[in-house]
Design a protein around this ligand. Structure first.
Ligand code: B12
Length: 478
């Protein structure tokens, strides 16, 4: 029987559970493969843990999940590649088994990441079919190169088959039985679950359609509820959705809420969701609230219709006004995530956005300043039609980095002092999770966030912005 060691080496803190590995382990088992998990997040001595694991086990394949390529945060610009390289070196020292990588961080940068890590194979997109197929092909000594989504190097060349999106509705409920979800809940403050994959949005900057596909594929609402029940049985009582946007399509969001209510899960778990400001209204807010949702993070991006249109967003300021009204009416705590500094940004636009936030009174406002450039997005491809080197507005590793694996950001030259300017406009309002230029600008980065880690250790749970809110407002844990 083919056997696969699933490996997580995510070093970020607070620790976020490797949801992918719970899903992949189940898919391997259902395909007749053996799955073992080695979660280095919990290991104080990763080298010893790797050595001990491969002393006992010689798998057919080692499968490494690479969730992040970097922290995608202008002020941090932390690349995850060196840590992943070090992990691969350790793995290679202790096993001859071939190595495959996957995950969002990989799927956005497949060829350069395959090269940088020296992996044998990569899987672009979903792994539930490709991973068991690869393990089986290797066990039988067959050529795996026809597998959809597979990337590999042979004779100095990279071979790649485009991924084939899965029909998620045909997938059974996830049992969530491999990852130590209870420990992630205790030390990371939350669990995660997915209701769909893919995004049909046309946002010019977003990596989601690149990594997950442009066609939205829905899980069965009853299967989602069953998965949430499995997590609740493990004591994982605070959850975050892991979709691009929970409310797209709106009817599916309503159906998921109904399925949660049918199982009485609103009594057992609290959950937070990412939502798009369009397709959101009072009825959905009410139904989400009844189904146990206690907080929503809207991808608001900007407070001017012109800039929203430039960003390719599907909503306008009027939609933001409606979301605020709907959330206030049902008592849902909510946050707006902003993206300032994209092409077309102006000082007036920034001021208008901050003023809109102050008027709509969300519970929190998260500010991202500057846009991380991901290959394959309309914005990046437009900028790359000319050599990047020498273009104005680009920050980060612009030279010798044409694949953009090292972080590169766009910050419109019209607002070169954006961090200082926003800081001035916000004027110390604690609702704004705002990079502080004087404090190394790290307080809205969940990569290495000691304040959050401490709050979770004190018993706080839930979405990180909501934990930060509760700490700041001296409220009890959710
Ligand atoms: C929800 C979410 C969060 C939540 C997490 C909630 C939770 N409890 O899990 C919060 C808000 C905490 C969060 C934080 C961050 N996030 Co986040 N997050 C997401 C989101 C929307 C879903 C992640 C998820 O779990 N998806 C579901 C799982 C099943 O998908 P998956 O991991 O991709 O796995 C599938 C495939 O990739 C593949 N696969 C995965 N691994 C492997 C391995 C092998 C061998 C194979 C074959 C296949 C395979 O198969 C899996 C199943 O099909 C994604 C975007 C997205 N739509 O995925 C961003 C995303 C992953 N996050 C991102 C970032 C940057 C971050 C932060 C670094 C932001 C910051 N600076 O604070 C932090 C890092 C946190 C950490 N410790 O790692 C980026 C990463 C981009 C990149 N290039 O690195 C993404 C892609 C969003 C974006 N900007 O486009 N995030």
């Amino acid at each position: 029987m083919p056997s696969v060691t699933l490996l997580n080496a995510n070093e970020m803190r607070p620790p976020v559970g490797p949801l992918a590995l719970d899903y992949l382990a189940q898919a391997l088992e259902e395909a007749g493969c053996q799955a073992r998990l080695l979660d280095l997040t919990w290991e104080l001595d990763p080298q010893a843990a790797i050595a001990a694991h491969f002393r006992d086990v010689q798998p057919t394949l080692v499968a490494l999940t690479q969730r992040n390529s970097d922290d995608c945060y202008l002020a941090g610009r932390y690349s995850c590649v060196p840590h992943a390289q070090a992990t691969v070196t350790l793995i290679r020292r202790h096993t001859d088994a071939p190595l495959v990588i996957g995950g969002c961080g990989f799927s956005v940068f497949p060829a350069p990441m395959l090269e940088a890590l020296g992996a044998d194979y990569g899987v672009v997109g979903e792994g539930e079919e490709a991973l068991p197929q690869l393990a089986q092909a290797l066990e039988r000594g067959e050529d795996p190169r026809e597998i959809a989504g597979l990337m590999c190097r042979a004779a100095g060349q990279v071979h790649f088959n485009p991924p084939r999106p899965l029909d998620l509705a045909a997938h059974p409920a996830a049992r969530r039985a491999w990852v130590d979800n209870a420990r992630y809940w205790r030390e990371g403050g939350q669990g995660g679950f997915e209701t769909k994959r893919g995004c049909a949005g046309a946002c010019i900057f977003c990596a989601d359609p690149v990594a997950k596909g442009r066609r939205t594929r829905l899980r069965q609402p009853q299967a989602v509820a069953e998965e949430v029940a499995h997590l609740a049985d493990q004591g994982v009582l605070h959850l975050h959705t892991c979709d691009a946007e929970f409310n797209l399509p709106r009817e599916h969001a309503l159906a998921v809420c109904a399925a949660l209510l049918e199982r009485g899960l609103e009594e057992r778990v609290r959950w937070w969701a990412y939502c798009a400001p369009e397709a959101f209204d009072g009825e959905l807010a009410g139904q989400m609230r009844r189904a146990g949702c206690v907080g929503i993070d809207f991808g608001a991006d900007h407070g001017s219709d012109e800039q929203l249109a430039r960003l390719g967003r599907g909503h306008r300021v009027a939609d933001l006004e409606r979301t605020a009204e709907a959330c206030h009416a049902v008592g849902l705590v909510f946050m707006y995530d902003l993206l300032l500094g994209a092409p077309g940004e102006t000082r007036e636009g920034v001021a208008q956005t901050v003023a809109l936030m102050q008027r709509l009174e969300p519970s929190r406002v998260g500010l991202s300043l500057g846009v991380r450039l991901y290959p394959g997005t309309p914005l990046t491809e437009r900028l790359r039609s000319r050599p990047l080197s020498g273009q104005s507005g680009l920050l980060g590793a612009v030279d010798d980095n044409s694949d953009l694996l090292q972080p590169v950001f766009y910050l419109d030259p019209a607002v070169p002092d954006l961090a200082e300017y926003v800081h001035h406009l916000v004027g110390g309002d604690p609702r704004f999770l705002c990079p502080d230029p004087a404090a190394e600008m790290t307080d809205y980065n969940y990569r290495e966030n000691p304040a959050l880690v401490e709050a979770i250790a004190q018993g706080h749970r839930g979405a990180y912005w909501d934990i930060l809110r509760r700490v700041e407002e001296a409220l009890p844990s959710a």
